[in-house]
Design a protein around this ligand. Structure first.
Ligand code: F6P
Length: 545
């Protein structure tokens, strides 16, 4: 850490100690303009970050931290196509995926990449539209009614989230997802389908992920076992991969293999051909709106000063709580049934990106990096883990994500849901003092009141951000996802780690390769006693079945 950074870090530590008795309740009372000063808008999105344990001084210090960490320079390096993913020697260009045609060139290794990006995007969009308008039929001439996307992690979560989120925009093809190697997943998806009217898409950046290849093989067997043959695979199987050769070797016709690029990480790839299921679900025009929304957030991120920059502010608040206020996690609660996969998506985006303990220089960090991200759709989360957010001993800042309008308009349901989101954020901030709890129990005998009041006290001063969107449409979804992408990037820069590799997921994969054959054998086992015991139990349970 440079001297300057160490000094800012120490200033923030001292500031935390000096302001630890500050209460948001008092801050709101003292400054009626707090919301005006602490919210930002961009198109149909509003970020209210006023319900945080911060003052203008906190924000100044945090912006200094971002400055001294080189956030601006690193963001420029990313945008330019520099190889900022050092451990994999790769550029990081998900922002280039949403650049409009005609944008200034972006170079990797001296080669301009925009024309390749736009060519593959067009190919995928055209293919999606050909399914939707019926010009691409199945091998027996029938119209395609179902699209099965097979992928995992970044090749699944983004598309699945977007297809669910944009449910009101769905067209005439049902889109299904298979990710888990547990056969219940593929069995349940395939059961109601007709191979003559189904198109499969094998999505794997590496085309080497065993779960995906296993499911792809199962889909292929299912297809061929139902009266269609190998030659028909050409019209029914597509692939998305940066390993185009391997996809072709699997038997997928080159015309239906869509390329990914090694300068886009899996969890940042929904904007690429990996978005094919989204294109099939909502059509090419709507998919372009999704890209435009993400691009609008990119422009905001690259060109807005830190004090008003939404991804930077969210990142700094996360650093403030995680590194200075001892927060143990971060909750994400979309008050939208259609956004119910957002927590799952953000778990991968955030924890696979910033769950690192080595600096870019390979040293062990002496500060905390990424925390635990979890969540659930509101209002359901309220009836599950909100108790801990309100009265538990741990500090867990929360993001409330709330669309203002609903396309469904059933009774007062939406208004009720929005009211609950606002109320939870208010309750977390305000809390309820012991005296207020006592006053509520005024009708009870004193002994009973005194016994009950402590249980009804809420500490309050619990932070949250509210991210409101005027409606859940493709453009706003694009802005929302890009907002979190850039937040995570900024935190990675401040922590001096690489958010774009994922070596930590490899080790278990290798061990699984050794264990799988052992499950079928009777040979002596040489693992630790626990693993031996688990394998032994499997062998006993499956011996006679
Ligand atoms: O195991 C983790 C991971 O490598 C993720 O980073 C990635 O999104 C997922 O596996 C799937 O990888 P692929 O797209 O190469 O199949």
């Amino acid at each position: 850490m440079t001297k300057e950074l160490t000094a800012i870090w120490q200033d923030l530590q001292a500031h935390q100690i000096n302001t630890s008795s500050l209460n948001m309740r008092d801050q709101f009372q003292a400054d009626p303009a707090r919301f005006d000063k602490m919210h930002e808008t961009l198109h149909g999105l509003l970020l209210d970050y006023s319900k945080n344990r911060i003052s203008e001084e906190t924000l100044d210090l945090l912006c200094r931290l971002a400055d001294a960490s080189g956030v601006k320079q690193q963001a420029e390096a990313m945008r330019r196509g520099d190889k900022i993913n050092l451990s994999e020697n790769r550029a990081v260009l998900h922002t280039a995926l949403r650049l409009p045609v005609g944008s200034p060139a972006v170079y990797v290794d001296g080669e301009s990449v925009l024309s390749d990006i736009h060519r593959e995007l067009e190919r995928a969009l055209t293919f999606a539209d050909s399914l939707l308008n019926g010009s691409h039929t199945g091998a027996t001439g029938k119209r395609i009614t179902d699209f099965v996307h097979i992928g995992i992690g970044g090749s699944d979560l983004g598309p699945q989230l977007a297809v669910q989120a944009l449910q009101p925009y769905l067209q005439n093809i049902r889109v299904h997802f298979v990710s888990n190697s547990d056969d219940a997943n593929i069995a349940q998806v395939l059961a109601p389908l007709n191979p003559e009217t189904t198109v499969f898409c094998v999505a794997s950046k590496s085309f080497g992920t065993p779960e995906t290849l296993l499911n792809a093989q199962a889909a292929r067997n299912w297809f061929c076992d139902r009266g269609l043959n190998e030659a028909d695979i050409a019209r029914h199987f597509t692939a998305i991969s940066s390993n185009v050769e391997a996809a072709r070797d699997f038997g997928i016709t080159p015309e239906h293999v869509f390329a990914m690029f090694d300068f886009v990480g899996g969890r940042y790839s929904v904007w690429s051909a990996i978005g094919l299921p989204v294109m099939v679900a909502i059509g090419s025009a709507r998919f372009r709106e999704l890209l435009n929304g993400a691009h609008a957030m990119d422009e905001h991120f690259f060109h807005t000063d830190f004090r008003h920059n939404m991804p930077v502010l969210l990142a700094l608040l996360g650093v403030w709580y995680g590194n200075f206020c001892n927060a143990c996690g971060h909750a994400v609660v979309p008050y939208s049934h259609n956004l119910r996969r957002l927590p799952a998506y953000l778990k991968q985006l955030d924890m696979e990106s910033n769950g690192k303990r080595r600096t870019l220089q390979g040293e062990t960090v002496s500060w905390h990096t990424g925390g635990i991200v979890f969540g659930e759709e509101g209002v359901n989360g309220q009836h599950a883990f909100f108790q801990l957010l309100h009265q538990g001993t741990r500090l867990i800042p929360t993001d409330f994500i709330v669309p203002m309008r609903t396309p469904y308009n059933i009774g007062r349901q939406h208004r009720f849901t929005v009211a609950n989101a606002f109320a939870q954020a208010e309750a977390l901030m305000l809390g309820k003092t012991l005296d207020e709890a006592r006053a509520e129990l005024a009708g009870l005998p004193e002994a009973e009141r005194e016994a009950l009041a402590p249980h009804k006290e809420f500490p309050g001063n619990r932070p949250s951000n509210s991210i409101l969107i005027d409606e859940l449409n493709p453009f706003n979804l694009g802005m929302l996802l890009a907002l979190y992408e850039h937040k995570i990037f900024v935190q990675g820069v401040i922590w001096n780690i690489n958010p774009f590799d994922q070596w930590g997921v490899e080790y278990g994969k290798v061990l699984a390769k050794n264990i799988e054959p052992e499950l079928e054998q009777t040979t002596e086992l040489h693992h630790d006693a626990s693993t031996n015991g688990l394998i032994g139990f499997y062998r006993r349970c499956t011996r006679d079945t």
